[in-house]
Design a binder for this molecule. Structure first.
Ligand code: GDP
Length: 392
């Protein structure tokens, strides 16, 4: 699947940058075009792979390249005012060659949190291609304002995009790690999962053909209908013998194909379970998911229709959905077999309920603090005012 990716804000830009590096490494060619938008000049300068001409600095008249802090209302306003500058970079994208837009942003800050929904709305008005969001939720330890920003941005972003794929930093943070190192690992996790998912529809001419290859329309159909999505992943390394292509069969006299096939099928079904029941990008109850797509990636001889079909049926049972698609993504030379599971239209997400609850609390606190501070100021000025004439 070919995407135009737009990284909004610092997290968004860094993740898109990692997607470009992933494309380079794997030759997957998912990112047809990449744009990074920010109000902070320094963040744009830190990107290594996004071309300079596609780095757009907005809000210069208001914040002079210094960023909007964690003020997402200002982030939204600046994006609205400078949307033509962003469009200028997007104009350079050959949109007839892309299957969809993907806007990537951290939801807890200011620029991406405020700007990403504004850009989604703008792109949807102009283009017929689907506009997806990849929204990153903040860690709980980041504090109330980040939670409040995320809750408000989430509400708007999910309304403006065709589907909001979510990654929850909070579910992935590790203790005892610096924030930067933590993000580096998390960003690799994001890129691996979404790289396989979106790479699935991109089989090149010289690639080996699988049994039932996933194509971009299946990804698009799974995402259509909107709502929120999460992604599961599990992978198993292949032994040297397995990835070496037939060494084992030489030792066993070439009679291992049936054993192999049973083994291959079992491995696939167990990977599918691990992907669904292990850590999702946004933890949720799998039951009640509206649509799902299973992608099995690896060397074609380690993927088989029977395993994928079994895995697909199992997901149908777990989700209760009648719309579960499945297929393979043959990657010759891969040294592992991986399962990626896209659950789209998830409904039972405790983290989102909690986010909204904490955000409402934070909002009430902020309102109360503001009211109190107004009262304090009034009191302060009143106390002194008897002895002073006001300036005007
Ligand atoms: P912005 O530049 O104003 O949009 O704000 P940032 O992108 O710096 O931060 C917004 C949120 O994104 C933060 O609250 C973090 O939760 C998250 N974040 C920041 N950097 C990264 C990153 O490199 N990776 C991930 N996964 N999350 C990040």
């Amino acid at each position: 699947m070919k995407l135009a990716m737009i990284g909004f804000g610092q997290a968004g830009g860094k993740i898109v940058d990692r997607f470009l590096a992933h494309d380079d490494r794997h030759g997957s060619d998912i990112v047809r075009a990449a744009v990074a938008v920010n109000t902070a000049r320094a963040d744009l300068l830190g990107l290594e792979h996004v071309p300079d001409e596609n780095c757009v600095l907005i809000g210069q008249s208001r914040v002079k390249g210094h960023g909007v802090g964690a003020d997402n209302e200002l982030g939204a306003r600046v994006a609205e005012e400078d949307v033509d500058e962003i469009q200028g970079a997007i104009d350079g994208i050959p949109t007839h060659e892309i299957d969809a837009f993907l806007i990537v942003a951290g939801m807890g800050g200011g620029t991406g949190s405020g700007g990403a929904p504004v850009l989604a709305k703008h792109l949807k008005r102009i283009y017929t291609e689907p506009v997806y969001g990849l929204g990153v939720l903040p860690g709980e330890e980041e504090g109330g304002i980040y939670t409040l920003n995320a809750a408000r941005s989430f509400q708007t972003f999910v309304r403006e995009v065709d589907n909001l794929l979510v990654f929850d930093n909070d579910a992935w943070r590790k203790t005892g790690e610096s924030v930067e190192a933590g993000y580096r690992e998390i960003n690799e996790e994001i890129v691996t999962r979404f790289g396989i998912l979106f790479g699935a529809g991109e089989i090149g001419a010289g690639d080996e053909v699988g049994e039932s290859v996933v194509d971009s329309s299946e990804i698009i159909n799974t995402l259509s209908g909107g709502g929120v999505s999460t992604v599961g992943y599990a992978s198993e390394p292949l032994s040297d013998e397995e990835s070496g292509g037939g060494l084992l069969s030489r030792f066993t006299g070439g009679n291992d194909s049936e054993i192999d096939s049973a083994h291959t099928t079992n491995r696939i079904t167990s990977l599918v379970r691990k992907a669904a029941l292990g850590r999702l990008t946004l933890p949720c109850e799998v039951e009640g998911t509206e649509r799902a797509l299973l992608v099995m990636a690896g060397p074609p001889r380690h993927l088989n229709r029977k395993g994928i079909e079994r895995g697909r049926k199992w997901i149908e049972q777990q989700t209760g959905s009648m719309e579960v698609r499945g297929g393979d993504y043959p990657v010759s030379g891969a040294r592992e077999v991986s399962a990626v599971l896209l659950l789209s239209g998830i409904n039972d997400v405790p983290r989102i309920r909690e986010l909204q609850r904490v955000a409402i609390e934070a909002q009430e606190n902020i309102d109360e603090i503001r009211a109190q501070s107004d009262r304090n100021l009034e009191q302060l000025v009143r106390d002194e005012s008897d002895e002073l004439d006001p300036l005007f």
